[in-house]
Design a protein. Structure first.
Length: 131
C-alpha cells in the first residue's frame, strides 16, 4: 500500500495489535483507516484471531531504528541511547542528526562536537519534537 511499518506491538496474548505506519508525506486519519480496513480483511482471510486493531502514525517523537530512518531525518534533533558506553562512560546523545552511512550515524552534540555512533549498538533512538 506504500506505507512503511515503523513499529508493531502486541498485547494481551496477541489479542490487541497496534501498528505504527509512516510515509514521506506524513500520515493522516484516512491513511490509518485504509490500512486498518485492509489488514482486517487480510487477517480474516488468514485466520488471524485478534480483538482489537489500532493503526496510528508514529508521532512527532518517531522511533528511529534503521539506517534509512537516520538518513531520512538528517537535520532533525534526536535522542539516541546506546547499549554500551563510550570511553568516557557516555551512553546518551541528544543532538542534530547529520548523516547515516556504512552502519554509522553522525550527530552534532553539545552544540558543536561531532560523534559517530554504530547503528547496531543503538538501544533506542527517537526524534525530539521541536515546536
Amino acid at each position: 500500500m506504500g506505507y512503511e511499518l515503523v513499529d508493531l506491538q502486541a498485547a494481551n496474548g496477541g489479542r490487541f495489535l497496534r501498528l505504527f505506519i509512516d510515509k514521506p508525506s506524513g500520515i493522516g486519519v484516512e491513511d490509518c483507516a485504509a490500512v486498518s480496513r485492509q489488514l482486517s480483511r487480510v487477517f480474516e482471510v488468514e485466520g488471524v484471531d485478534y480483538d482489537r486493531l489500532e493503526v496510528s502514525s508514529p508521532g512527532l517523537d518517531r522511533p528511529l531504528r534503521k539506517q534509512a530512518d537516520f538518513a531520512r531525518f538528517a537535520g532533525q534533533k534526536a535522542d539516541v541511547r546506546m547499549r554500551t558506553a563510550d570511553a568516557s562512560g557516555r551512553r546518551r546523545y541528544i543532538g542534530r542528526l547529520q548523516s547515516a552511512a556504512d552502519g554509522q550515524v553522525t550527530m552534532e552534540v553539545d552544540g558543536h562536537a561531532m560523534v559517530r555512533l554504530a547503528i547496531d549498538d543503538v538501544d533506542r533512538a527517537r526524534l525530539v519534537p521541536e515546536l
